[in-house]
Design a protein around this ligand. Sequence first.
Ligand code: GLA
Length: 346
Amino acid sequence: MDIKKELFGKLANGEEVDLYILTNDNGLEVRITNYGGIITSLKTPNRKGDFADIVLGHDRLDGYLENNSPYFGAIIGRYANRIAKGRFALGGAEYKLATNDGANHLHGGDKGFDKVLWKAEMIRDDQGVGLKLTYLSEDGQEGYPGNLDCTVIYTLTNADELKISYEAQTDKTTVVNLTNHSYFNLAGHDGGTVYEHLLQVNADNFTPADDTLMPIGEISPVKGSPLDFTSPVAIGSRIERVEGGYDHNYVLNGYDGSLKPAGSVCDPASGRAMEVFTTEPGMQFYSGNFLDGSIQGKGAVYDRHTGFCLETQHFPDSPNQPDFPSTILEPGEKYRQTTIYKFLVK
Ligand code: GLA
């Protein structure tokens, strides 16, 4: 196992950005930059042992800075997904956030955690090699209350897991919901649409949303609808029946805050498979609906449905939905979440 670092580029203000390269004993390789905590590349073998890069992204920092990156591989915060009208109330105070998704707030605002430089520290221990990223989001930043001290640790293990641990502490009551926004294509990032991938999600229910993708506050069964992935189904087999494609928050079965299987994906042609485990109550399945071929990364053109995201998270708009699991963090408490993406061949 190894971890090394190289220069990835420079920000407009001259600050240097690094790229960390983590490898395990089986040859898996993950590349992560401390700009946005972005996973830029992830190489895993197919059933013949041939490696491919299975995440969409860029091989140059500029690709991410040019502002045309739809959150490829990044850490999302302070609040992953949407907050209605960019408003919420907490302890009698009303907070106003950026409305950067029509009338709503999305993925932390104008300059979310995907667009900031994190402090990085390389870790080598008996669990694997890791990258510890820390960032202090100041009181009032993007409109959110409280100084929020965040730590995200990426660990690559010899069991072929990429483990992401999130921690945060605040000095004022606030809301937090962190995730990672990797777009996977198990055929390879340049492998075309993900229609043939078989997806399974451990969720009997989802949170129905309005036409701005904002939850209406209900929890409804997936049974009998094209959203039902309780057994493995090809992503493309019913996608035409879902207006706009998949972009839904699944309510994971049996949520109790402990690490549980959330789902799995397999690309039958290559044999590459991925299992997802999380401590979170929800998972957004997004089928890359807004990719339209206008972005080129790592030599590939990223067209509609050429990548999928499984964003483990609390439910969208929880700050305005009293019946959803709470995203409130109080001073003295510790926010702690873990998600594992485990890679295997079938
Ligand atoms: C999430 C959202 C999508 C979209 C993507 C980024 O998955 O749910 O609607 O905003 O992020 O393009």
